[in-house]
Design a protein around this ligand. Sequence first.
Ligand code: COA
Length: 204
Amino acid sequence: MTAYRLHDLRQHSDILRLRTGKPVTVRFVEPDDAEALQAYFRSLSTRSRYNRFLGAISELPATQLDQFIHVGEADRFSVVAVMSIDGAETIVGEARYAFDADTDSFEFGLSIDDRWQGHGVGSALLGNLECRAAAFGATRLFGDTLRSNDAMIGLARKSGFTFTHSPGDWKLVRFEKHIAVAPQEIPCASWRLAAQQVALHASV
Ligand SMILES: CC(C)(COP(=O)(O)OP(=O)(O)OC[C@H]1O[C@@H](n2cnc3c(N)ncnc32)[C@H](O)[C@@H]1OP(=O)(O)O)[C@@H](O)C(=O)NCCC(=O)NCCS
């Protein structure tokens, strides 16, 4: 991660297209997002929150919210997927990820607003996370979910992940995917560019 400067990363935002052509922007969380992000988590159904955080919570604990809005600390990053709804920028999904340089692994969790589930936002966001992982130079992308979480298991399967035991918790299943993409082949323009710039700096 150290190859990227956080200042540069903050400028990244990706515009994804849903099946309908509707644009969804994925951008890093900013400190100003704290209230909207908390409102987003509160608005999730009890089941979605349980699936996202692997336990019953009604909102993000203050310490965790603080970590979510301070992107890049301890190589952990939060992004939001936002759409313009009735003229207002609205959070319709979020993801949090961490890159472990020792194992070249990229771990993530994500959620989509219940009203927007089933519209392809999760697929689009996951595809974007794959680009982010590839730009870090990760060779492995993974996450853990409850065995009962059919939606996440379905999304992971459709996105080409394989499944394995999650170490230490029989209630969880781990989905993982090997990544082998050269910087110039990363299928998201902004991350391809970022990875190519890092590769260029490394070679001079
Ligand atoms: C899991 C989750 C992120 C999926 O996001 P989504 O935007 O609804 O998913 P998509 O619309 O992009 O669906 C993509 C594919 O996932 C699978 N899928 C989605 N919902 C599914 C469901 N309820 N049951 C089975 N498969 C499902 C399907 O294969 C689907 O492809 P299709 O539309 O061609 O059938 C979303 O349901 C969610 O936020 N759940 C609550 C939080 C959570 O469980 N997070 C995971 C923790 S790691």
